[in-house]
Design a protein around this ligand. Sequence first.
Ligand code: ATP
Length: 234
Amino acid sequence: MMIEIDNLVKSFGKTKALDGISLRIGDSEIYGFVGANGAGKTTTMRIISGLIPADSGKVIINGLDSVKNIKQIKSKIGYVPDYFGVYDNLRVTEYMEFFAAAYDLTGREVEKRCLRLLDELGLGDKPDFFVDDLSRGQKQRLGLARALVHNPDILVLDEPTSGMDPKGRIETRDILRRLNEEGKTIIISSHILHEISELVTGLAVIEKGKIVMSGSIESIETKMHIENPIIMKV
Ligand code: ATP
Protein backbone atom coordinates (compact mmCIF):
# COMPACT_ATOMS: atom_id res chain seq x y z
CA MET A 1 0.00 0.00 0.00
CA MET A 2 1.55 3.26 -0.99
CA ILE A 3 -0.45 5.81 1.05
CA GLU A 4 -2.04 4.90 4.38
CA ILE A 5 -4.11 7.59 6.06
CA ASP A 6 -5.04 6.84 9.60
CA ASN A 7 -7.65 8.72 11.61
CA LEU A 8 -6.73 12.32 10.67
CA VAL A 9 -8.24 14.97 12.90
CA LYS A 10 -7.75 18.70 12.29
CA SER A 11 -9.42 21.80 13.70
CA PHE A 12 -9.01 25.45 12.80
CA GLY A 13 -10.08 27.31 15.93
CA LYS A 14 -13.59 26.10 16.66
CA THR A 15 -14.06 24.58 13.19
CA LYS A 16 -13.45 20.84 13.05
CA ALA A 17 -12.24 20.43 9.46
CA LEU A 18 -11.38 16.71 9.71
CA ASP A 19 -13.03 14.33 12.10
CA GLY A 20 -11.24 11.01 11.65
CA ILE A 21 -10.29 10.47 8.01
CA SER A 22 -8.84 7.00 7.28
CA LEU A 23 -8.19 5.41 3.91
CA ARG A 24 -5.70 3.47 1.79
CA ILE A 25 -4.54 4.54 -1.65
CA GLY A 26 -2.69 1.93 -3.68
CA ASP A 27 0.38 2.30 -5.81
CA SER A 28 -0.36 3.97 -9.19
CA GLU A 29 -4.02 4.62 -8.41
CA ILE A 30 -5.93 7.70 -9.46
CA TYR A 31 -7.88 8.39 -6.31
CA GLY A 32 -10.67 10.96 -6.05
CA PHE A 33 -12.03 13.04 -3.17
CA VAL A 34 -15.55 14.34 -3.76
CA GLY A 35 -17.45 16.67 -1.45
CA ALA A 36 -19.21 20.00 -1.11
CA ASN A 37 -17.54 23.31 -0.16
CA GLY A 38 -15.94 23.04 3.25
CA ALA A 39 -16.17 19.21 3.39
CA GLY A 40 -12.46 18.84 4.19
CA LYS A 41 -10.91 17.86 0.84
CA THR A 42 -8.24 20.57 0.74
CA THR A 43 -7.31 20.05 4.38
CA THR A 44 -6.85 16.30 3.78
CA MET A 45 -4.76 16.95 0.67
CA ARG A 46 -2.58 19.54 2.39
CA ILE A 47 -1.90 17.16 5.29
CA ILE A 48 -1.02 14.32 2.88
CA SER A 49 1.35 16.69 1.05
CA GLY A 50 3.08 17.70 4.29
CA LEU A 51 2.02 21.35 4.00
CA ILE A 52 0.14 21.47 7.30
CA PRO A 53 0.22 19.11 10.30
CA ALA A 54 -2.78 17.14 11.55
CA ASP A 55 -3.81 17.56 15.19
CA SER A 56 -3.74 13.77 15.44
CA GLY A 57 -3.62 10.74 13.16
CA LYS A 58 -0.96 9.72 10.66
CA VAL A 59 -0.05 9.58 7.01
CA ILE A 60 2.33 6.77 6.04
CA ILE A 61 3.79 6.89 2.54
CA ASN A 62 5.71 3.87 1.33
CA GLY A 63 6.21 2.86 4.94
CA LEU A 64 7.48 6.30 6.01
CA ASP A 65 5.67 8.42 8.57
CA SER A 66 5.10 11.74 6.79
CA VAL A 67 5.81 13.90 9.86
CA LYS A 68 9.03 12.14 10.87
CA ASN A 69 10.31 12.06 7.27
CA ILE A 70 8.94 15.36 6.03
CA LYS A 71 11.85 16.20 3.70
CA GLN A 72 11.75 12.82 1.94
CA ILE A 73 7.96 12.95 1.70
CA LYS A 74 7.95 16.43 0.18
CA SER A 75 10.42 15.28 -2.47
CA LYS A 76 7.98 12.49 -3.46
CA ILE A 77 4.88 14.68 -3.72
CA GLY A 78 3.83 17.39 -6.16
CA TYR A 79 0.92 19.51 -4.91
CA VAL A 80 -1.25 21.63 -7.21
CA PRO A 81 -3.36 24.12 -5.22
CA ASP A 82 -6.72 25.40 -6.43
CA TYR A 83 -5.59 29.04 -6.48
CA PHE A 84 -2.68 31.06 -7.88
CA GLY A 85 -2.81 34.63 -6.57
CA VAL A 86 0.52 35.96 -5.44
CA TYR A 87 2.67 34.66 -8.32
CA ASP A 88 0.65 36.33 -11.04
CA ASN A 89 3.30 38.96 -11.78
CA LEU A 90 6.01 36.39 -12.64
CA ARG A 91 6.67 35.26 -16.18
CA VAL A 92 5.92 31.59 -16.87
CA THR A 93 9.61 30.53 -16.95
CA GLU A 94 10.38 32.56 -13.80
CA TYR A 95 7.46 30.86 -12.08
CA MET A 96 8.79 27.40 -12.98
CA GLU A 97 12.34 28.23 -11.96
CA PHE A 98 11.14 29.74 -8.67
CA PHE A 99 9.52 26.44 -7.71
CA ALA A 100 12.45 24.40 -9.01
CA ALA A 101 14.76 26.44 -6.76
CA ALA A 102 12.52 25.55 -3.80
CA TYR A 103 13.70 21.94 -4.39
CA ASP A 104 17.31 23.13 -4.78
CA LEU A 105 17.06 22.51 -8.51
CA THR A 106 18.95 25.15 -10.47
CA GLY A 107 21.15 25.39 -13.58
CA ARG A 108 20.92 24.85 -17.31
CA GLU A 109 19.56 21.27 -17.10
CA VAL A 110 16.75 22.43 -14.84
CA GLU A 111 15.91 25.30 -17.20
CA LYS A 112 15.69 22.75 -20.02
CA ARG A 113 13.50 20.46 -17.90
CA CYS A 114 11.15 23.37 -17.13
CA LEU A 115 10.82 24.20 -20.84
CA ARG A 116 10.21 20.52 -21.65
CA LEU A 117 7.45 20.29 -19.04
CA LEU A 118 5.84 23.48 -20.38
CA ASP A 119 5.96 21.96 -23.83
CA GLU A 120 4.42 18.67 -22.66
CA LEU A 121 1.59 20.56 -21.01
CA GLY A 122 0.79 22.66 -24.06
CA LEU A 123 2.43 25.85 -22.80
CA GLY A 124 5.50 25.64 -25.03
CA ASP A 125 4.62 28.92 -26.72
CA LYS A 126 4.01 30.80 -23.46
CA PRO A 127 7.38 30.95 -21.60
CA ASP A 128 7.48 34.76 -21.61
CA PHE A 129 3.82 35.32 -20.73
CA PHE A 130 2.98 36.74 -17.32
CA VAL A 131 1.12 34.13 -15.25
CA ASP A 132 -1.69 36.67 -14.87
CA ASP A 133 -2.22 36.72 -18.65
CA LEU A 134 -2.83 32.95 -18.90
CA SER A 135 -6.36 31.61 -19.11
CA ARG A 136 -7.74 29.62 -16.19
CA GLY A 137 -7.08 26.31 -17.95
CA GLN A 138 -3.55 27.39 -18.87
CA LYS A 139 -2.91 28.39 -15.24
CA GLN A 140 -4.08 24.98 -14.09
CA ARG A 141 -1.70 23.34 -16.55
CA LEU A 142 1.12 25.59 -15.34
CA GLY A 143 0.31 24.48 -11.79
CA LEU A 144 0.68 20.90 -12.97
CA ALA A 145 3.98 21.66 -14.74
CA ARG A 146 5.28 23.27 -11.58
CA ALA A 147 4.23 20.28 -9.45
CA LEU A 148 6.18 17.97 -11.80
CA VAL A 149 9.39 19.95 -11.63
CA HIS A 150 11.04 17.55 -9.13
CA ASN A 151 9.58 14.45 -10.80
CA PRO A 152 7.45 13.34 -7.82
CA ASP A 153 5.91 9.84 -7.49
CA ILE A 154 2.63 11.25 -6.21
CA LEU A 155 0.60 14.15 -7.59
CA VAL A 156 -2.01 15.82 -5.40
CA LEU A 157 -4.38 18.07 -7.35
CA ASP A 158 -6.97 20.27 -5.67
CA GLU A 159 -9.93 20.72 -8.02
CA PRO A 160 -7.80 20.93 -11.16
CA THR A 161 -10.77 21.13 -13.52
CA SER A 162 -13.08 23.47 -11.62
CA GLY A 163 -14.22 26.32 -13.86
CA MET A 164 -12.74 24.71 -16.97
CA ASP A 165 -14.67 24.29 -20.19
CA PRO A 166 -15.34 20.71 -21.44
CA LYS A 167 -12.32 20.79 -23.79
CA GLY A 168 -9.99 21.85 -20.94
CA ARG A 169 -11.41 19.08 -18.75
CA ILE A 170 -10.80 16.44 -21.40
CA GLU A 171 -7.25 17.72 -21.99
CA THR A 172 -6.50 17.68 -18.27
CA ARG A 173 -7.96 14.17 -17.97
CA ASP A 174 -5.75 12.97 -20.82
CA ILE A 175 -2.64 14.52 -19.26
CA LEU A 176 -3.41 12.92 -15.89
CA ARG A 177 -4.02 9.52 -17.51
CA ARG A 178 -0.67 9.78 -19.27
CA LEU A 179 1.12 10.70 -16.04
CA ASN A 180 -0.59 7.79 -14.30
CA GLU A 181 0.48 5.40 -17.06
CA GLU A 182 4.03 6.67 -16.51
CA GLY A 183 3.69 5.38 -12.94
CA LYS A 184 2.53 8.35 -10.89
CA THR A 185 -0.06 7.93 -8.16
CA ILE A 186 -2.62 10.72 -8.43
CA ILE A 187 -5.01 12.18 -5.87
CA ILE A 188 -7.60 14.56 -7.28
CA SER A 189 -10.55 16.43 -5.76
CA SER A 190 -13.78 17.77 -7.17
CA HIS A 191 -17.18 19.02 -6.04
CA ILE A 192 -18.80 16.97 -8.73
CA LEU A 193 -18.62 13.22 -9.04
CA HIS A 194 -19.10 12.97 -12.78
CA GLU A 195 -16.23 15.42 -13.41
CA ILE A 196 -13.74 12.79 -12.22
CA SER A 197 -15.70 9.53 -12.35
CA GLU A 198 -14.22 8.46 -15.71
CA LEU A 199 -10.71 9.06 -14.45
CA VAL A 200 -10.50 7.60 -10.96
CA THR A 201 -9.79 4.05 -9.86
CA GLY A 202 -11.15 4.68 -6.35
CA LEU A 203 -13.00 7.42 -4.57
CA ALA A 204 -13.90 8.80 -1.15
CA VAL A 205 -16.94 10.99 -0.57
CA ILE A 206 -16.19 13.47 2.23
CA GLU A 207 -18.85 15.25 4.26
CA LYS A 208 -18.16 17.46 7.28
CA GLY A 209 -14.68 16.07 7.77
CA LYS A 210 -15.68 12.41 7.55
CA ILE A 211 -15.61 9.83 4.78
CA VAL A 212 -19.21 8.82 4.20
CA MET A 213 -18.56 6.44 1.30
CA SER A 214 -15.47 4.99 -0.31
CA GLY A 215 -14.61 2.32 -2.80
CA SER A 216 -14.68 1.74 -6.52
CA ILE A 217 -16.47 4.22 -8.75
CA GLU A 218 -19.12 1.61 -9.62
CA SER A 219 -19.94 0.90 -5.97
CA ILE A 220 -20.10 4.63 -5.13
CA GLU A 221 -22.32 5.46 -8.10
CA THR A 222 -24.72 2.69 -7.17
CA LYS A 223 -24.89 3.85 -3.52
CA MET A 224 -25.32 7.50 -4.54
CA HIS A 225 -28.14 6.73 -6.93
CA ILE A 226 -29.94 5.09 -4.05
CA GLU A 227 -29.00 7.42 -1.18
CA ASN A 228 -28.35 10.80 -2.76
CA PRO A 229 -29.63 11.15 -6.31
CA ILE A 230 -29.22 14.96 -6.09
CA ILE A 231 -25.38 14.81 -5.87
CA MET A 232 -25.39 12.64 -8.99
CA LYS A 233 -27.15 15.38 -10.93
CA VAL A 234 -25.11 18.43 -9.82
P1 ATP B 1 -13.82 23.62 -1.00
O1 ATP B 1 -14.43 22.67 -1.95
O2 ATP B 1 -14.67 24.83 -0.73
O3 ATP B 1 -12.39 23.98 -1.33
P2 ATP B 1 -12.92 21.69 0.99
O4 ATP B 1 -13.69 20.41 0.97
O5 ATP B 1 -11.61 21.69 0.31
O6 ATP B 1 -13.82 22.87 0.45
P3 ATP B 1 -11.48 22.60 3.31
O7 ATP B 1 -10.85 23.74 2.61
O8 ATP B 1 -10.65 21.46 3.70
O9 ATP B 1 -12.76 22.08 2.52
O10 ATP B 1 -12.17 23.21 4.63
C1 ATP B 1 -12.75 22.40 5.66
C2 ATP B 1 -13.21 23.33 6.78
O11 ATP B 1 -12.07 23.89 7.43
C3 ATP B 1 -14.04 24.52 6.31
O12 ATP B 1 -15.04 24.78 7.28
C4 ATP B 1 -13.04 25.65 6.23
O13 ATP B 1 -13.66 26.90 6.42
C5 ATP B 1 -12.11 25.31 7.37
N1 ATP B 1 -10.73 25.77 7.12
C6 ATP B 1 -9.88 25.27 6.19
N2 ATP B 1 -8.68 25.91 6.24
C7 ATP B 1 -8.80 26.84 7.22
C8 ATP B 1 -7.91 27.82 7.76
N3 ATP B 1 -6.66 27.95 7.32
N4 ATP B 1 -8.38 28.59 8.78
C9 ATP B 1 -9.63 28.45 9.24
N5 ATP B 1 -10.52 27.54 8.79
C10 ATP B 1 -10.11 26.75 7.79
